[in-house]
Design a protein around this ligand. Structure first.
Ligand code: WTA
Length: 636
C-alpha cells in the first residue's frame, strides 16, 4: 500500500483509516519519503485548537523551492515546468524548463536581496498572469521572504489596505496588463495605492504592455535590467517548517480582509500530496488550472503543488472569452492538456455559447476535469461531463478554502465514484463534522449541518497576520475544539458530502469570496447614501450576484436614479474592485430591522431571491411596513 499515491477505492479507505488512526505516522511517512528536508522534525504534530496553536514538522528545516525546483534538476532539468500561454493566441507560448525556472528564480531572488529584502520581510506582488508572477513568488520563497500576492483586479484602495496590513517593504508589479481586448494600467493603480503606504521602500516593474509609466526616482525600477545583471545562482535560505511562507488575503463577513498565514513545511506536504492524488498526475502529463495565481487555487495548484511533483503546469494570461468562447478548448488542444481545473462560473458562461466552440477542438488528451470555488450545479456538471469530458473523464468537485491551503473534500479520480454536485469524500487526514444549532455534532448519514473539521491537517492556516484573536474568533470559537468553515453541508446515505453554501455573510460571486460588510462600507461613503444592505441572490452564470438595498440621505433626493446606481458601483470599484459591483440596486425608504436595530438580512435575501413564500414572522420587526414596500418595488 502506498500512502502517497492512491489508485483505487479500497486503497483510499485503507489510507484514510490509517490517516485518522495514526495521523502522525501517516503524515510523517509521507513527508519523509517524498520531500527534501535539510533537517528532520522533532515532532510531526503539536496542536491545541483552544489557543489555537498548530505546528506541523516542528524543528524541521527546508526550503520549498529546493523541493519545487532544485531536486528535479538532475532528472527533469529539460522538462517543461511552466507553459505560459499569453492573452493573445497570436503571441507565442513560452515553455520554461526546470533548468530555466531555476535560473529565473535565482536571478530574481538575487535582485530581491540586492534591494534589501531579507528573510521574514513582506513583499507584495501585484502582477498579471505573466511568468514573472510565478517566478517572483518562488524568488521570495527562495530567500525566506513572505509573499503577499494581491489579485491584479483589485483596486488601489484594496491594494493599499493589504500592503499596509502586512507592512510590505516592496511591491512587484508590471507597467500594465492585457485582459482579453482590454489593457489595464497596473502601474497607475500602484502609484495611487502607494500614496498612503509608508512601509514601501521599492517598486520593481515588469514590462508587459510597453506603456509610458511614471518612474518615481529612488523608489521605482524596471525589473529586466536588474535581472539581466543578477547572478544565476542563489543558495536557498533554509527556513523552519513553521516559518511563514506567504500571506494571502480573503474576505471576511465583517471588517478588513483577513491575511491568512501559511507556513512552509506542512503547506508543501499537503499541496503536493493532494495534487498528486486528485489529478492523478503522471510524469509526462500536462496539467492546467485556469485560476489566477492571485487566489489560493493558483498558489497551491498552479505553483507549489504541481512543481513539488515535478509536473508541467500551464499558466494562462487571458480570459475564456477572448478572442472567442473557444479559447480554453483551443489551449487544451494546443498543449495537449491532460488535467483541466476550472470554476463552475466559467463552465456556466461557456455552456451558454454555441457548442461548436467546444466540438471544433480535439479534447482527447483530457483525463481528469476539476471544479473549484463554489458549488457546481447539476446542469453545469452535466454540460462539463458530456461536452468536455465526453463522459470518459472523472470530474473532481474539490471543496476547500484559502484557509485550508489545500483541497479537503474531493473524489479521487478513477477511485471514487462521482455524483453531480457532491464533493464526495474527505481526503486522507481530513476529519469533517456536521454541527447542529446547539453546537452538537450530528452523527450518522442523511443529515445536514454546519461543516467543521475536527483535527488539524498540515496546510491549515496558522493565524491571521497581526490578529491572532480574530483567527480564534472566526474559526475556533463557534464550536469547541473544531475548525469552523463557514459553509453548510449535507452527508448522504453513503457518507458523501455535498457543500450547500456559505452560512455567513460571505457571498461567492463568480467564484470570488466577497464579504457584504466591506461593500456596504464602500457604498455608505457615497455622500448621498445613508445606509445600505447587500445580499446575494442566485444568478445563472455567476452562481450568486449582489443585490443592494440603499437608503438615500434625503427623502426627497431628486437626482437621477440611474446615475446614482452608476456612482454607487463606481464607488465599489474604487474601494474593492469591479468584481464586487452590484447587479441590482433598489432605493428604499427603510430596511427591515429587529427591535435591537439589526438588519434582518434573511428577509432581504428572500426578497432578492424572489422567494416570497415563506418570509417568516415579520410582526416582531421594528418596522414591518417596510417589508411590503421593499417587495412592491423589488427589481426583477
Ligand atoms: C466555496 C477557494 C462548493 C466554499 C479554493 C468555501 C465551494 C469558499 C467549493 C472558499 C466546492 C470552494 N463546492 N463550494 N467545490 N470550493 N467553495 O477561500 O463556500 O476562495 O468556503 O477558496 O468557496 O473560497 P476561497
Amino acid at each position: 500500500m502506498s500512502n502517497y499515491h492512491i489508485k483505487h477505492l479500497e486503497e483510499y479507505f485503507q489510507v484514510y483509516r490509517k490517516s485518522v488512526r495514526e495521523p502522525e505516522n501517516f503524515w510523517g511517512e509521507v513527508a519523509e519519503e517524498h520531500f527534501l528536508w535539510r533537517k528532520k522534525w522533532d515532532n510531526v504534530l503539536q496542536w491545541d485548537f483552544t489557543k489555537p496553536e498548530i505546528k506541523w514538522f516542528e524543528g524541521a528545516k527546508l526550503n520549498i523551492t529546493e523541493n519545487c525546483i532544485d531536486r528535479h534538476l538532475r532528472t527533469r532539468g529539460d522538462k517543461t515546468a511552466i507553459i505560459w500561454e499569453p492573452n493573445s493566441p497570436e503571441e507565442e507560448a513560452l515553455h520554461i524548463t526546470y533548468k530555466e525556472l531555476h535560473e529565473r528564480v535565482c536571478k530574481f531572488a538575487n535582485v530581491l536581496k540586492s534591494k534589501g529584502i531579507e528573510k521574514g520581510d513582506r513583499v507584495c506582488i501585484y502582477l498579471p498572469m505573466i511568468p514573472e508572477l510565478a517566478v517572483s513568488v518562488l524568488a521570495c520563497a527562495r530567500i525566506g521572504a513572505i509573499h503577499s500576492v494581491v489579485f491584479a483586479g483589485f483596486s488601489s484602495t484594496a491594494l493599499s489596505t493589504r500592503i499596509n496590513d502586512a507592512d510590505c517593504k516592496m511591491v512587484i508589479t508590471a507597467d500594465g496588463s492585457f485582459r482579453g481586448s482590454k489593457t489595464i494600467d497596473l502601474k497607475g493603480i500602484v502609484d495611487e495605492a502607494l500614496e498612503d503606504c509608508p512601509s514601501i521602500e521599492s517598486v520593481l516593474v515588469a514590462k508587459r504592455i510597453a506603456s509610458d509609466i511614471s518612474i518615481k526616482e529612488g523608489r521605482d525600477e524596471w525589473l529586466q535590467p536588474l535581472l539581466d545583471a543578477a547572478d544565476a545562482n542563489c543558495e536557498p535560505e533554509i527556513v523552519d517548517a513553521e516559518d511563514p511562507l506567504f500571506i494571502l488575503y480573503t474576505s471576511g463577513s465583517t471588517g478588513k480582509p483577513k491575511g491568512m498565514v501559511h507556513t512552509s513545511g506542512g503547506y508543501m506536504v499537503y499541496t503536493a500530496y493532494t495534487f498528486k492524488n486528485i489529478f492523478q498526475y503522471k510524469e509526462d502529463d500536462v496539467y492546467w488550472c485556469t485560476a489566477d495565481i492571485g487566489w489560493i487555487t493558483g498558489h497551491s495548484y498552479i505553483v507549489y503543488g504541481p512543481l513539488a511533483n515535478g509536473a508541467t503546469t500551464v499558466m494562462f494570461e487571458g480570459v475564456p472569452s477572448y478572442p472567442d468562447f473557444g479559447r480554453f478548448w483551443e489551449i487544451v488542444d494546443k498543449h495537449k492538456v491532460n488535467q483541466f481545473y476550472t470554476a463552475p462560473t466559467a463552465i456556466r458562461a461557456l455552456a451558454k455559447n454555441n457548442l461548436d466552440f467546444v466540438t471544433k477542438h480535439d479534447l482527447s488528451s483530457l483525463k481528469v476535469l476539476g471544479s473549484v470555488g463554489e458549488p457546481i450545479n447539476e446542469e453545469a456538471w452535466h454540460w462539463y461531463n458530456d461536452n468536455v469530458g465526453k463522459s470518459r473523464c472523472p470530474i473532481v468537485d474539490t471543496w476547500w478554502q484559502t484557509e485550508t491551503g489545500g483541497i479537503m473534500i474531493s473524489p479521487i479520480p478513477y477511485a471514487t465514484p462521482t455524483i453531480p454536485t457532491y464533493a464526495t469524500l474527505p481526503l486522507p487526514g481530513i476529519q469533517p463534522a456536521l454541527m447542529d444549532e446547539n453546537a452538537k455534532e450530528i452523527k450518522g448519514n442523511l443529515v445536514d449541518g454546519r461543516l467543521c473539521i475536527k483535527f488539524p491537517w498540515p496546510s491549515i492556516a496558522r493565524t491571521i497576520w497581526g490578529n491572532h484573536e480574530r483567527y480564534k474568533d472566526t474559526y475556533f470559537s463557534a464550536y469547541e475544539n473544531m475548525y469552523f468553515t463557514g459553509d453548510g453541508a449535507l452527508r448522504d446515505a453513503v457518507g458523501y458530502y455535498r457543500i450547500t453554501g456559505r452560512v455567513d455573510d460571505v457571498v461567492i460571486v463568480s467564484g470570488h469570496n466577497l464579504g457584504t460588510a466591506p461593500i456596504e462600507d464602500a457604498i455608505n461613503e457615497h455622500p448621498a447614501v445613508a445606509e445600505s444592505a447587500i445580499v446575494g441572490y442566485p444568478h445563472d452564470v455567476k452562481g450568486n450576484a449582489l443585490y443592494g438595498f440603499v437608503i438615500l440621505k434625503e427623502v426627497g433626493e431628486t437626482r437621477d436614479r440611474e446615475n446614482l446606481r452608476k456612482e454607487i458601483n463606481q464607488q465599489i470599484t474604487e474601494h474593492i474592485g469591479p468584481i464586487a459591483k452590484l447587479d441590482k440596486i433598489q432605493f428604499v425608504s427603510g430596511l427591515p430591522k429587529t427591535r435591537s436595530g439589526k438588519i434582518m438580512r434573511r428577509i432581504l435575501r428572500k426578497i432578492a431571491s424572489n422567494d416570497l413564500s415563506n418570509l417568516g414572522d415579520t410582526s416582531t420587526l421594528l418596522n414591518p411596513d417596510v417589508v411590503d414596500e421593499v417587495i412592491k418595488e423589488k427589481i426583477d
